[in-house]
Write a protein that binds this ligand. Structure first.
Ligand code: HEM
Length: 485
């Protein structure tokens, strides 16, 4: 086989890749050295803006296979028959740290799935936690500012972290989750994924159901203690990436079983708490898990930058039969992601291989923009309607309409009979074993005791007291003991 030739980006052969061209031996460099200029200039442009959250991540391809009939609830084509397989790409991530942070940290994990369906790409952009810290998107930038590095100290600051939570009683449930054992998964393979939000499914008769997604790991849940994680984060900052990459390379393909909880749409208004509140789970006793299928990851990406860094998931990429609920957080996210992609990757990010539809083609009149490479051309018209056989609308909404009442305004969510911010945090605490509770209390106290202001500590303690008197008392004692040390 003949040796392949190194070329410039325009394909011309490169004569010397070790010595820059100089004016005479030992002289200054020449502007005419195209290879050197191109190499340095390209290098300067290798980085793009990192994701504002979930910057660190790992991805893999695989498939989703339907195992159970759900056609009574959704007419989504990729869920239309048992045995049906759909190609997927999944990106896992940590949330708060920037690129260069460590994987083994106490932080939620992202669990973003792109289903390349025959009716377009369906993105389910979830986390490894069934709930979230806040319930209104207007609080999201403040929340993230409080958890990421402080603009002056350049470090994550317990003062900021806990001050935000002091003002956000609705975070108590998720804080309890995060500070518990599941707050540090051992790897991406050993954790569940959740859609977290309530979404909407519509069946072929037009009947609507509200739905929550649960991907249960078939590897079993495994977590790290705070001490073990701190050690691992130092030894192998890429521990999650290493684990996923090597497992798939070894042929040990991780899988998750997808279950859903389904609520007939008519039951939402009278449910005892707001079913669109992202800080709450739906008890399984009310809405049991129904199995849907199995997701398997079996192929590593060839190029992490091209396929993982440039992957773009957006909660508003729905397919027929699936749509949004009135969950305010979800509604905010329907805007935020595609906007982030246009900033981070450009308007034509949907033409990148990892983001483009695979089982169908995109047919529309969007044109041009930076880095456009789509093939629509020649006599294809760039306006609609037209008389030239261009793609046309279907007239069929993707999902059922959502009922609305009342006036516009900055309203709190509609009140249901049991809508307080603490009872599910208390239920989660009471579900834990004695050892788990002790670790939870120690983790919270370890962070909260570092806060400099007493009023911030008091407000946080009040939340744990409201969740469960024993929980509050133990955290308070542990914080006091640490501060007296
Ligand atoms: C990433 C915004 C809440 C899961 C992102 C990104 C933005 C964002 C701007 C970066 C996107 C990119 O550059 O590609 C928001 C806003 C939220 C919110 C405004 C609340 C209003 C949530 C919630 C979840 C979640 C509740 C989980 C249920 C994720 C995941 C990623 C992400 C998994 C990484 C996606 C990937 O792997 O590319 N979020 N987010 N976010 N968010 Fe959110």
């Amino acid at each position: 086989m003949s040796q392949r030739v190194l070329t410039t980006e325009s394909g011309a052969p490169v004569a010397d890749n070790q010595n820059s061209a100089t004016a005479g031996v030992g002289g200054p460099l020449l502007l005419q050295d195209q290879h050197l200029l191109e190499k340095l200039a390209r290098f300067n442009r290798e980085r793009i803006p990192e994701r504002v959250v979930h910057a660190r991540g790992s991805g893999a391809y695989g498939h989703f296979e339907v195992t159970d009939d759900v056609t009574g609830f959704t007419h989504a084509d990729f869920l239309s028959e048992t045995g049906k397989r759909t190609e997927v790409f999944l990106r896992f991530s940590t949330v708060a740290d920037s690129l260069g942070g460590a994987d083994a940290v106490r932080d939620p994990r992202g669990f973003a799935v792109k289903f390349y369906t025959g009716e377009g790409n369906y993105d389910l952009v979830g986390n490894n936690t069934p709930v979230f810290f806040i319930k209104d998107p207007v609080k999201f930038p403040d929340f993230i500012h409080s958890q990421k590095r402080d603009p002056f100290t350049g470090r994550q600051e317990p003062d900021n972290v806990w001050d935000f939570w002091a003002h956000s009683p609705e975070a108590t449930h998720q804080v309890t989750w995060l500070m518990g054992d599941r707050g540090i998964p051992a790897s991406y393979r050993h954790m569940n994924g959740y859609g977290s939000h309530t979404y909407q499914w519509t069946n072929s008769r037009g009947e609507a159901f509200f739905v929550k997604y649960h991907f249960k790991t078939n590897q079993g849940i495994r977590c790290l203690s705070s001490e073990h994680a701190a050690e691992l984060a130092g030894k192998d900052p890429n521990s999650h990436q290493t684990d996923l990459l090597q497992a798939i390379e070894r042929g040990v393909h991780p899988s998750w079983t997808l279950y859903v909880q389904l609520m007939p749409a008519a039951e939402a208004a009278d449910y005892r708490f707001n079913p669109f509140d992202l800080t709450k789970v739906w008890p399984h006793a009310d809405y049991p898990l129904k199995r849907v299928g199995r997701l398997v990851l079996d192929r590593n990406p060839d190029n992490v930058f091209a396929e993982v860094e440039q992957a773009a998931f957006s909660p508003n990429n729905f397919v027929p039969g699936i749509g949004p609920s009135p969950d305010k957080m979800l509604q905010g996210r329907l805007f935020a992601y595609a906007d982030a992609h246009r900033y981070r990757l450009g308007v034509n990010h949907t033409q990148l291989a990892v983001n483009a539809p695979r089982a169908t083609t995109a047919e529309n009149y969007g044109r041009d923009g930076l880095m456009a490479s789509n093939p629509q051309g020649r006599y294809a018209k760039n306006y609609e309607p037209n008389s030239y056989d261009g793609p046309v609308e279907t007239g069929r909404p993707l999902s059922a309409p959502l009922a609305v009442t009342g006036h516009t305004g900055t309203h709190a969510a509609p009140l249901h009979t049991k809508d307080d911010d603490f009872f599910q945090a208390g239920e989660l605490y009471r579900l834990m074993s004695a050892e788990e509770r002790s670790r939870l209390v120690a983790n919270i106290a370890g962070g909260l005791s570092q806060v400099s202001r007493d009023d911030v500590i008091e407000k946080n303690l009040a939340h744990f007291h409201a969740a469960d008197p024993d929980y509050g008392r133990r955290v308070e004692e542990a914080v006091r003991a640490l501060r007296e040390d």
